[in-house]
Design a protein around this ligand. Structure first.
Ligand code: NAD
Ligand code: MG
Length: 390
């Protein structure tokens, strides 16, 4: 039996992971499940999967979790220290599916105990790619990508020499506002930004898809994970979300990865890697689909993309600043305090400001320094919002 833990078990990726695990329960010994505010779901899954431990990220939810799991045999805990302790428990495979920079510390801890870390939490790589990869190497652990595009690239590289790769193309649906008149974007509402044309995902990544902050993070994720230079990474708008990524080689070959827009493919690939197993995902019928479309992303509609390239150009820990500012700007948009297009205005300002003010960006990449930059960037985003954006 493989020992597994799922961080962010109550979220969209966490639930898809549990769906796969529950199809073959005898194969897995579940160590820890973690969640946030959805205690009923966390408790239900902890019982169904017979987990050793259930952790909520929030202290105030501990009494409710304790009640829900009384007499179940599942141990309970709450708070940041408990998340780290859960990640320190030996496991063979750990799903990192917390949303945001909060996923970094548990992910690092899981690598330190040698686990294979299935990384849905792209923010970790954006904030601290080098630290994660070095930690994995030091402890003989492994990182596997669980983003549809990155799983696609990873599969496209099996048996290939990375030196023969000319370019990596990741696709983007274009999100909720792909076809909106540009002038209307500033009035886009939270409800409008929270619906995705093709994928069913958590609210934050769905809004990030509409703004393409998600793709911006993924460009950086591509650079960090595969080690290719930024000028070899391209973004292609593909409204159908069926081609997830393409790898271009030095002989002109372009290998595309296609599949239904269902995260259980990328999760399942990471779960069974290096084998392929049958997965409960729809099979594409290309004749029925008939046609697939591709277009250049519009830099005016999606300013976050150029910011990602500027972040990579600057290097150091600029990724942590970018992600922290983005997370805070997204919080402010969700809270109704800023408009949709203000988010990219805020991140642009924070990047400018941190570029000129903070020597910290070039200091050693440690968890402490990443957290400090994250904190500075969030405060700078608040300050930018308070002084008015437009
Ligand atoms: P979600 O919002 O549905 O779930 C997030 C999970 O993290 C929940 O279990 C929540 O309780 C927990 N959580 C939230 N804040 C936390 C905190 N501060 N500390 C500890 N736990 C916290 O999100 P999701 O859509 O499942 O996305 C999870 C991660 O996977 C993100 O990094 C996202 O970018 C990435 N991802 C998601 C998809 C998708 O299809 N949903 C696809 C690719 C990558
Ligand atoms: Mg993706």
């Amino acid at each position: 039996m493989r020992k597994i833990s799922i961080f962010g078990a109550t979220g969209s990726i966490g639930q898809s992971t549990i769906d796969l695990i529950r199809r073959d329960p005898a194969a897995y010994d579940v160590v820890a499940l973690t969640g946030g505010g959805n205690i009923a779901q966390l408790a239900r899954d902890a019982i169904a999967l017979n987990a050793d431990l259930a952790v909520t990220a929030y202290d105030e939810n501990l009494p409710q979790l304790r009640d829900a799991l009384a007499d179940s045999g599942v141990a309970v805990a709450a708070g940041q220290a408990a998340l780290i302790e859960a990640a320190a428990r030996p496991a063979d495979w750990v799903m990192s599916a917390i949303v945001g920079a909060a996923g970094l510390a548990p992910g690092l801890k899981a690598l330190e105990q040698g686990a294979t870390l299935a990384l849905a939490n792209k923010e970790s790589l954006v904030c601290a790619g080098k630290l994660l990869l070095e930690t994995a190497a030091r402890y003989g652990a492994r990182l596997l990508p669980v983003d549809s595009e990155h799983s696609a690239v990873f599969q496209g590289l099996v048996g290939e020499d990375i030196e023969a790769v000319e370019r990596i193309i990741i696709t983007a649906s274009g999100g909720a506002f792909r076809d909106w008149p540009l002038a209307d974007l500033k009035n886009a509402t939270l409800a409008q930004a929270s619906s995705h044309p093709n994928w069913d995902m958590g609210q934050r990544i769905t809004i990030d898809s509409a703004s393409m902050f998600n793709k911006a993070l993924e460009v950086i994720e591509t650079r960090e994970y595969f080690g290719v230079s930024p000028d070899r990474i391209e973004v292609l708008v593909h409204p159908e979300s069926m081609v997830h990524a393409l790898v271009g080689f030095n002989d002109g070959a372009l290998m595309a990865h296609l599949g239904a827009p269902d995260m259980r493919h990328a999760i399942g690939y990471a779960l069974h890697w290096p084998q392929r197993r049958d997965l409960p995902v729809a099979r594409l019928d290309l004749a029925a689909i008939g046609q697939l479309n591709f277009a250049e992303p519009d830099p005016i509609r999606y300013p976050a993309l150029a910011q990602a390239y500027a972040v990579m150009e600057r290097g150091g820990m600029m990724g942590a600043a970018f992600n922290g500012a983005k997370e805070r700007a997204l919080d402010l948009f969700i809270a109704g305090r800023i408009g949709f297009t203000d988010m990219a205005e805020i991140t642009a300002r924070v990047l400018d400001q941190i570029e000129t003010q903070s020597g910290l960006i070039d200091s050693a990449m440690t968890l402490d320094n990443v957290s400090r930059i994250d904190h500075i960037a969030r405060n700078a985003a608040d300050a930018a919002a308070a002084t008015g954006i437009r």
